[in-house]
Design a protein around this ligand. Sequence first.
Ligand code: B3K
Ligand code: ZN
Length: 869
Amino acid sequence: MNTELPKSFRRLDYLPPHYTFGQVELDFALDPARTIVKSRIEVIPGASFKAGTPLVLQGQELEFVSLRINGEAHRHFELTPESLSIHSLPNEGKDPFVVEIICICAPEKNTTLMGLYVSNGNFFTQCEAEGFRKITYFLDRPDVMARYRVTLTAREAECPVLLSNGNLLAIEKLPNGWHSATWEDPFPKPSYLFALVAGKLECIEETISSGSGAKKLLQIWVEPHDLKKTRHAMDSLIASIHWDEKRFGLELDLERFMIVAVGDFNMGAMENKGLNIFNTKFVLAQPETATDADFANIESVVAHEYFHNWTGNRVTCQDWFQLSLKEGLTVFRDQEFSADQMGSESGRAVKRIEDVRLLRQLQFPEDAGPMAHPIRPDEYQEINNFYTVTVYEKGSEVVRMYQTLLGKEGFRKGMDLYFKRHDGQAVTCDDFLMAMADANACDLTQFKNWYSQAGTPRVKVEERYDAAAKQYHLTLIQSCAPSLGQAVKKSFHIPLKMRLLTTANDQPEKLLELIEEKQSWTFENISERPVLSINRDFSAPIHLDFKQSETDLLTQFSSDDDAFNRWEAGQKLAMQMILENRLPDAQFIGAYRNLLQDQTLDPAFKDLALTLPAETYLYEQCESVDPQQIYSARRAFRHAIASELNPEWMQLYRQMQTPGAFSPDAISAGKRALKNLSLSMLLEADIPEAALMAEAQYQNANNMTDRYAALGALVVHGAPQAKVCLDDFYQRFSDEALVIDKWFALQSTRPPIANVEATLNTVERLREHEAFKMNNPNRVRSVIHAFCMNNPSGFHQKDGSGYAFWADSVLALDPINPQVAARLARALDRWRVFAQPYQNQMRAALERVAACSSLSADVREVISKALGS
Ligand code: B3K
Ligand code: ZN
């Protein structure tokens, strides 16, 4: 066991920098084995400068070559594996001075995909959060904002394309087949937004006019064979640009905006100024290779990264504890954008339901587990572990609550003031809150608790109807379970949209603000016992503790005018029944039937209403989780819906066809979703012809959504046709990396089925497959993460074999790519809530990983927090 205490960083230790940077000039001689990086930096005393303070630059895995100050060789420095400290500065550092450094890095050896690396022969960078220090020695912190001029030099035959942030100043031919390009970014930025790309790439481009009439060049760069898959990303980018002008008055500020796709990438995408770098998964789409979900994800990720240009880049974070300042806000913006793209009110509700499902499946468990942290954390060991669903998704819910409390116009006023005050600065979450408060002349002091307290608040509902007085009394009581370092929680400011549902339909929607621990409201002139519809549209990210009769839930499920709560009532009913190991009764089946036959409802809404709560969300409702029991109860429930509604599924399967050319629009996608749910239900119900229908759909599909859904239905239900179709799928798409990822993921997430080999055996075989690559994050995620995180019933085996596989995989991945390994390490976070023997088996696997002495800081933090050590 490594006895060295891990280093922790604390929010309250923040100090402004001793020095800051003016102009930065970077010169790269690109070579996969040895890239020479020359920097010339104007250094200026910073806010906490004291005469004589050394200049301490961060640097990692670099070969130092030389240092000059004001043009002279400088010998007074000290090198460690993490830093370059420069002493004896001219005039004790009181006047600006120029530092010139030459160093060397090795991009082709860089498997961490942080800093400068090579993917399929091309050069890419990833600098957020602290990757720039792997490129050169620097003040690698977000509150040091500088102007960059970058020259890239490379052999033209190997790197015909040379890109960096900002505007292109010059291209030059050089002797011996070399060439160079010089780029300048007019906006000061922190080092984490730096990017370069070089290699054999091609682009599609468009010129558009922005709101003020300025011409903007938009480009999407990909490997040549992928050019035909870039149209959707370009359309999404154009739509995002127009939306941000219209909704927030924010214009694109550069002459040119580029997106580049790369196949080896740790996450989804990165918002580098003017040069966004994307995982291919979130750029490339054509109907034959991408599903409706892929099309929708591309639209939202393109929008997200584009929106960062203002929320993140023009106004950035003072320090990494403030990450949610840019991420929560930008997720909120992309969610609003996607909702607007849905084109209808019910479409908006579908988007809202999808976002809330994700929050509850992933963020609620995080908020109740060993990695729980407030959206603005107070402490971290490795910042890369804090790009979490809490910072992003809960962060977005917190931003949404401002809008709920202040109204759309009030929120816009707050945004306007935020940019007026802070454009060009690195700021904090408090600054954002103050802009919202000041622009609306309101006191948001208590709202700050959302930033400082971890855990999902619980709101208990008590209601009483007084028929004689025609009064309805409502009491709400809030609480929040203790979390590490926070035994007692202060009350949150919780906005709750509510409406009393009555047969007369005479009660308006209201916004209640729960501020105290306990608050009561009385509603007058209520002539019958109402059904309470509360937390409508999921106005606050809370657990609602509301004991409702099944009759009331059925009423809501069939008639609540808030589409979110209508869906929610169905989920609650199903959840209660599954947890009590019950099957849906005749009334519930009847309600499902009515819903499926209701012509006024969107197919996408029906699909969501008939999709059961995820196993991981069900786990969160249990004191002691028996994963196999939950799996069986949920499966039996699903089987009952499938069988009881058999004729409806058959009818929907026919009605929801989308003949003609493929279009990824929300209406068509919703029809396909419901059709494919129907197909899966027909297989679930063991209808003899269902497997043949799936096989025919697989063979005849003109798009990936239908082909993949049919294949999935065959595989998940263990149909005899599954093998032939899987083989065919592999052959058909063997040149399409993203489709082969789907082929792997489908097999890794298959639940256990009788007469089919255990999923773990399949996964072990897949790991040996010739197309499996441990260095490629997408491939690793489609096999290992998919099995350990998206296949609960396959993973949680009584003999602990799933956990042993997990431990082996974490240990094998960590030396290659700590970020990808640390993500996988999180799969056992909730081990303490599991029943035996699972719990002990998980602890043993965690301890085995903990015993490795060479763990990265990333994995070490996750494992030690899980074990509570
Ligand atoms: N800001 C990046 C995430 C960087 C993650 C670094 N480990 C993508 C995004 O949120 O838009
Ligand atoms: Zn982001």
